[in-house]
Design a protein around this ligand. Structure first.
Ligand code: NAD
Length: 319
């Protein structure tokens, strides 16, 4: 693991909406960044958000927070992109592609022009398709373009499993892979608590372990965004913490295994698409992907996700 470069870290956030500002707030609380800049198509909103965040300063670690423009992405360690349309009730993430690809064609070149050496962390949906688009538009090394991918779905999955297992979610080791969306894949073959398969853990602890329990947990994970959007119009707290966890892994060069979206090459014959797999993240971005031994149906599920994403990429004209 390389040494820490320095302890001043600048993060630029594009999109000062629900996700961008909740992430900014979480980042401020964490003390990880010394400087945060907010950039939005609506500069007045970005300015108001920066003012509000600045007034928390007597209670947190000193952090410079400003609203700015693309020239302010210069020297940012990470540019986090949350700009764009979000799902309306009943809309899938893939439905957003045309609107948000247009926005990416406008914003990614401006980021790269001002900050050719930083990392890009994409959260805008459909995140796998847009992380791929950001890689293509930017022409940067793929290791420096990361999509938040299934970090959120994995968190939801671990939370729901922990509720069933009556154990701390941090003690549940399990991943969701593939698309951040309807075709996402639970990696049951790797899921464990203290190294015990979930079924064995449940048997030993007199908990239900019938297939319907697991199916229900998977469905609740996959459909969580629809359920939340129906109730409150948007999701932003958990994803903000997911973005923060990715930020920490990068800035502190932690080599953390997280389910994030990255360029897939030669994984069970899957190539040239962004999707999520457990991936080692450090200061350079994607450090390496793990060669996982997966069950047949898991490989088939990830391949199906890849096909759906490739079709969307091709239909959107992303090259
Ligand atoms: P929001 O509408 O609250 O905020 C979007 C912001 O983007 C707005 O402030 C808007 O002014 C800004 N914007 C629009 N076009 C822009 C442009 N060209 N340049 C700069 N800024 C621009 O939406 P939100 O709830 O914050 O969601 C943002 C995105 O994040 C959506 O695509 C949503 O689907 C996605 N999202 C992703 C995850 C995930 O897990 N990856 C989770 C939740 C939401």
């Amino acid at each position: 693991m390389s040494e820490l470069a320095n302890n001043t870290h600048k993060i630029a956030i594009i999109g000062a909406g629900n996700v961008g500002t909740t992430y900014a707030y979480a980042l401020l609380q964490s003390g990880l960044a010394s400087e945060i800049v907010l950039i939005d198509a609506n500069p007045v909103k970005a300015e108001g958000e920066a003012m509000d965040l600045n007034h928390a300063m007597p209670f947190v670690k000193p952090t410079k927070i400003t609203a700015g423009n693309y020239s302010d992405t210069e020297s940012a360690d990470i540019v986090v992109v949350t700009a764009g349309a979000s799902q309306k009730p009943g809309e899938t993430r893939l439905d957003l592609v045309t609107k948000n690809y247009k926005i990416f064609q406008e914003i990614i070149p401006q980021i790269v022009e001002n900050n050719p050496n930083g990392l890009l962390l994409i959260a805008t949906n459909p995140v796998d398709v847009l992380a791929y688009a950001a890689w293509k538009i930017s022409k940067l090394p793929a290791s420096r373009i990361i999509g938040s991918g299934t970090i959120l779905d994995t968190a939801r999955f671990r939370y729901l499993l922990s509720q069933h297992a009556e154990v701390d979610p941090r003690s549940v080791h399990a991943f969701i892979a593939g698309e951040h969306g309807d075709s996402e894949v639970p990696l049951w073959s790797l899921a464990n608590i203290a190294g015990m398969k979930l079924q064995d853990y449940c048997k030993q602890n007199c908990l239900e372990f019938e297939p319907k329990v697991w199916e229900n947990i998977y469905h609740q994970t996959r459909d969580a965004a629809y359920e939340i959007i129906q109730r409150k119009g948007a999701t932003f707290y958990a994803v903000a913490n997911g973005l923060l966890r990715i930020t920490e892994a990068i800035l502190r060069d932690q080599n953390t295994v997280l389910s994030i979206s990255s360029l897939i090459e030669d994984f069970y014959e899957i190539n040239d698409v962004y999707l999520s797999l457990p991936t080692v993240l450090g200061r350079k971005g994607v450090e390496r992907r793990l060669k996982l031994q997966l069950a047949e149906e898991e490989i088939a599920g990830i391949k199906a996700s890849a096909e759906i994403l490739k079709k969307t990429i091709s239909e959107a004209g992303i090259k």
